[in-house]
Write a protein that binds this ligand. Structure first.
Ligand code: TIU
Length: 220
């Protein structure tokens, strides 16, 4: 059992029964030519997550932990994209339209890919998801149960959207979630801060929050 200092209290986990989940570290959310930018966001807010996430990824690989990378995006024919999502924000250039990195949020396009610094390696799971949550319309729960995973170290973007949705989904399925505050980020700093407080409030209503340095200091 590994214990890591966290809020609202120490988080205990067994590395063999824990997965590192890296949510949507795609060019579509981090690059100025991607979907996040088309929504009007300042994508530079997310850049700071890359370096600490590289260190955590290296440690998880060294420890032999299950690593899961998720990607938000859709089939080229958009049959898995709800019309409500397609129409949201009334964008001039939206999901499926050509942008500087190819068609926005479409699988196989350059923008859909994970940033080079965090590229998956052989043996890691790459999970495509059509929604914000990583459990919705995917086989994530099956993969985790098959590997006897009980805890998730959650990282990626954005804090209050795909990270929050996934943590809530995981919590309801009985998984313990530890969110790394410096490895998650939002376009809107206030939402990042409040999003983390929502997770740890009320005795850890959705999970725990700590930093990558605390996790690495605990010997991951
Ligand atoms: N817009 C925003 O903050 N996020 C997303 O649309 N997707 C993810 O969070 N991955």
């Amino acid at each position: 059992m590994t214990d890591v200092a966290a809020r609202p209290y120490a988080f205990s986990f067994v590395p063999e029964h824990t997965a590192l989940v890296v949510i949507d570290m795609q060019r579509d959310f981090l690059d100025p030519g991607g979907f996040g930018a088309m929504l009007g966001n300042d994508v530079s807010q997310l850049t700071r997550t890359i370096a600490p996430l590289q260190r955590v990824l290296a440690a998880a690989r060294e420890a032999g932990m299950l690593v899961i990378h998720t990607r938000e995006g859709h089939r080229p024919d958009l049959t898995d994209c709800p019309p409500a999502k397609l129409g949201r924000a009334r964008l001039e250039i939206g999901i499926g339209d050509p942008g500087p990195l190819g068609r926005l949020l479409v699988r196989g396009e350059d923008g859909h890919g994970i940033v080079e610094e965090l590229a998956p390696i052989d043996g890691e799971v790459v999970l495509d998801k059509p929604g914000k949550g990583a459990f919705y319309a995917t086989d994530l729960e099956l993969l985790l149960r098959n590997r006897d995973i009980e805890s998730l170290v959650v990282t990626g973007v954005t804090t209050e959207v795909c990270v929050h949705t996934t943590v809530r989904e995981a919590n309801d399925r009985g998984f313990e979630c530890l969110v790394l505050e410096d490895c998650v980020g939002s376009y809107i700093p206030e939402f990042h801060e409040v999003g983390l407080r929502m997770i740890e409030a009320q005795g850890g209503i959705f999970g725990w929050v700590t930093s990558s340095s605390e996790l690495l200091a605990a010997g991951l």
